[in-house]
Design a protein around this ligand. Structure first.
Ligand code: SD4
Length: 293
């Protein structure tokens, strides 16, 4: 493989996230700091309607955020259903660094963020609010939509020049979800996983389906058995399909980064793409193979 540094992240918004992560790595920073810095760009972008500021709210009109960060050495932190904080990934990092815990949820996570000095931010933009109000008018049954469009989490994996890996994942979750719903993104092993001995992986798409398969842990374990990043992602998608009979109605995608710097991805539906940044090829979009056409 190409060795480090390498950065890989989900969807078109991954390009801008990769740039910020790359800058940290170029400056001699470590993979963990790079992963955090990368996804913060997406969290702060009000035009990304699936992450952080401007993220779609739950069905009650409340923006609740899920985020997790993991160091390939094994440490990790996450926040779930967090309200009013612009950078949940940085709160997850503080959970990892400054508490004896791994996960904080809801109001407790918010109180922790405030105690750590994070400011409050109104995350519901006028555009997201109007879209939610339209959704309520169109959906008197108040049922969260389950379809191939309900995705676009940012998940980012970084490998630094010293061979350290890290993963970060942050999202506003499934649009118009039940209040209090937690997806795969803040669940270590589901939304992301990193192990310096092997590689790292992260997931996007319908989180319930990813949780049922322990998706990202599975990808890393398949790489541990010798499978390439792409093959490991493909086999994990097959497992997701086996555990989710409704797989034709949902999107799930995985990306992976092996410790040798090789990358790959795979998904159910063909609309998924991801961004890869290497010294040799710069920052570019990649369209992976998919189960369905
Ligand atoms: C989740 N996987 O909460 C995340 C969402 C995602 O909304 O990819 N987009 O299920």
């Amino acid at each position: 493989g190409p060795g480090g540094p390498v950065v890989i992240s989900t969807w078109q918004h991954g390009l801008a996230a990769n740039e910020a992560a790359w800058e940290v790595l170029q400056g001699g920073g470590n993979a963990l700091d790079a992963a955090e810095a990368g996804v913060k760009v997406t969290e702060a972008d009000p035009t990304v309607s699936t992450v952080g500021l401007g993220g779609r709210p739950d069905r009650d009109g409340i923006v609740t955020l899920d985020a997790a960060i993991m160091d390939g050495a094994g440490d990790c932190g996450s926040v779930m259903a967090l309200q009013d904080i612009l950078h949940p990934i940085s709160v997850a990092r503080r959970v990892m660094d400054n508490t004896p815990h791994v996960m904080l949820a809801g109001e407790g996570a918010r109180q922790f963020a405030l105690a750590e000095g994070f400011p409050t931010t109104n995350l519901l933009t006028e555009d997201s609010k109007q879209e939610w109000e339209q959704w309520k008018r169109d959906n008197p049954g108040y049922r969260p939509p389950i379809n191939v469009e309900n995705h676009d989490t940012i998940g980012l994996l970084a490998l630094d020049a010293q061979g350290r890996l890290a993963a970060a994942c942050t999202t506003s979750g499934a649009a118009y979800k039940y209040h209090g719903r937690v997806g795969d993104s803040p669940i270590v092993g589901a939304g992301l996983y990193a192990d310096n001995e092997v590689g790292a992986a992260t997931a996007t798409g319908w989180g319930e389906a990813v949780v049922r398969a322990c998706g990202s842990f599975l990808v890393v374990e398949l790489m541990r058995q010798g499978h390439s990043p792409t093959e490991a992602c493909r086999m994990a998608v097959e497992r997701v399909i086996a555990k989710n009979p409704d797989y034709r109605e949902i999107q799930v995608g995985f990306i992976a980064l092996a410790k040798d710097g090789t990358t790959g991805g795979y998904c159910i539906h063909p609309n998924f793409d991801y961004a890869v940044y290497t010294a040799a090829e710069g920052n570019r979009m990649v369209v992976p193979d998919s189960k369905l056409t």
